[in-house]
Write a protein that binds this ligand. Structure first.
Ligand code: UD1
Length: 460
């Protein structure tokens, strides 16, 4: 059986955040989630080694991994040893990598694995060349430069070794049968007093095992994220690559460096995305939609030819040819039908609408089931909360709701009803009815003029 062992037990002190390092998000998705996705299809089993705030990592990965607990973080070698009980089949090979390497994609991993098998290596170390190798383990080769002899950490490296630009990426492929006996021989007799996983090179060398390397050409793909600056660089690379892919598939992007699209977003062709737009989660943008500028869409489905600008859309579904914005906020299960108009400063929450419904300006629609051809006048509100509980509003088809109407839920407004502007309703309205709930207007004729005269007299 082939295993992928992901090291995710460390705190990540250099990140200087409370969150465990591997949980830190990259385009709104935890970095360890990318790592698991990249290995999931290629390996029989994924094992995550967890320790510091392990519940956070376990919540992210759920059933996509089995978990080995490393109670104390005593080094990378010690971390892999924690997975021993879960590696029950010694016949295959294991990939070992860190949970903070989101750019190490499935293509590189599968090529390296294939190379390891073809060359019959017992251990393959994935290396790369970088300009500034500070902080990385250096790859020490024999005089011919062919054989990998050992990996020396920064703390133990001589001045000469520090000048070596070939570094250890922290990714290894190793035969299961040799891995654990080698790990048990590692000591912490070094500058950091840690059990270095890198020491397995020397140990397997002594046992005359076949050790080779696989070089990653594009070194940025092997980046481990250890601080927030590196995170920003990796995020920029990821953003660029994702956008490039979409543009080549027929998505137009205006000013693409300001557009952020998540890893799992699906965008169909003929979509146009304007600047300062974020689309994340498992969102789907269908053909012909025009999105942005200044728009955030998360975990939502946007229908064909929808126009959505200057707006926020979270966990919602919008059907075809609806226009959203400017400055609309749709959230928590807003399900907007086709050809609706949700306009300026309109908030919609946990609400479904039929077709051709309009709320063009300044409205709040929450916990509502609303039919087709409904007009919400400017300033109309579903009053869904009494300070303790939320209540439902039902609105049928062809209803006209005048400006500044309050519908105090629970309430039902049946088909073809007409609600007069300024009404505050707390009773159901039957079909075809006109509902008015406001004080009658009184005009006191000449009142002001008389009042004015009195005033002038007083002034004298
Ligand atoms: C390690 C390598 C170094 C390599 C570098 C690449 C060792 C000794 N050194 O550096 O040669 O160039 O990666 O980034 O392995 N972790 C645990 N438990 C622990 C310690 C670490 O799970 O006890 C996890 C961390 O959460 C992290 C990963 O292992 O995801 C790597 O740990 P880190 O401390 O960043 O690696 P280094 O030792 O600095």
């Amino acid at each position: 059986m082939n295993y992928a062992i992901i090291l995710a037990a460390g705190k990540g002190t250099r990140m200087k955040t409370e969150m465990p390092q591997c949980a830190y998000p990259l385009i709104r998705k935890p970095m360890v989630a990318y790592v698991v996705e990249n290995v999931l299809d290629y390996f029989d089993e994924v094992i995550a080694v967890v320790g510091y705030k392990r519940n956070v990592i376990m919540d992210i990965l759920g059933e996509n991994a089995r978990y080995a607990i490393q109670e104390e973080q005593l080094g990378t070698g010690h971390a892999v040893l924690a997975a021993e009980e879960l590696v029950q089949d010694l016949a295959g090979d294991s990939l070992i990598l860190s949970g903070n390497m989101p750019l190490l994609d499935a293509e590189i991993i599968s090529k390296a694995f294939q190379d390891h098998i073809n060359r019959r290596h017992d251990l393959t170390v994935l290396t790369t060349m970088i300009e500034n190798p500070q902080g990385y383990g250096r790859i020490i080769r024999n005089e011919s430069g062919f054989y990998l002899e050992e990996i020396v950490e920064e703390e133990e490296a001589t001045v000469l070794q520090k000048g070596i630009n070939e570094v250890n990426t922290g990714v290894y492929i190793v035969k299961n049968e040799f891995l654990f006996p080698a790990l048990k021989q590692i000591t912490n007799d070094n500058a950091r007093k840690e059990y270095y996983l890198t020491d397995i090179v020397k140990i397997l060398q002594k046992e005359n095992r076949v050790i080779g390397s696989f070089s990653i050409k594009e070194s940025i793909k092997a980046t481990s994220i250890n601080d927030l600056y590196t995170l920003s660089i990796v995020e920029a690379k990821l953003r660029h690559d994702i956008n490039r892919e979409h543009m080549l598939n027929g998505v137009a992007m205006i000013n693409p460096e300001t557009i952020t699209i998540g890893h799992n977003v699906i965008i169909e062709e003929n979509v146009v995305i304007h600047p300062n737009t974020y689309i994340t989660g498992n969102s789907i943008i269908k053909k012909g939609a025009i999105i942005g500028p200044n728009t955030e869409i998360h975990q939502s489905i946007i229908g064909e030819r929808v126009r959505c600008r200057h707006s926020l859309v979270y966990n919602s579904i919008i059907h075809e040819e609806t226009t959203i914005g400017p400055f609309a906020h749709l959230r928590d299960g807003a399900h907007i039908g086709p050809r609706n108009r949700i306009g300026n400063f309109v908030e919609v929450k946990k609400t479904t609408t039929g077709s051709n419904t309009k709320a063009a300006h300044l409205a709040y629609i929450g916990d509502t089931t609303c039919g087709s051809n409904v007009n919400f006048g400017c300033g109309s509100i579903t009053v869904n909360y009494d300070g303790k509980q939320k209540f439902q509003t039902f609105i049928g088809d062809d209803v006209f709701i005048g400006c500044n109407v309050n519908l105090i839920a629970p309430i039902r407004i049946e088909d073809n009803a007409f609600i007069a502007a300024g009404s505050t309703l707390n009773k159901n309205v039957p079909k075809h009815s006109l509902a008015i709930a406001r004080a009658y207007q009184v005009n006191k004729e000449n009142y002001l003029r008389e009042h004015d005269i009195h005033k002038r007299k007083e002034d004298k």
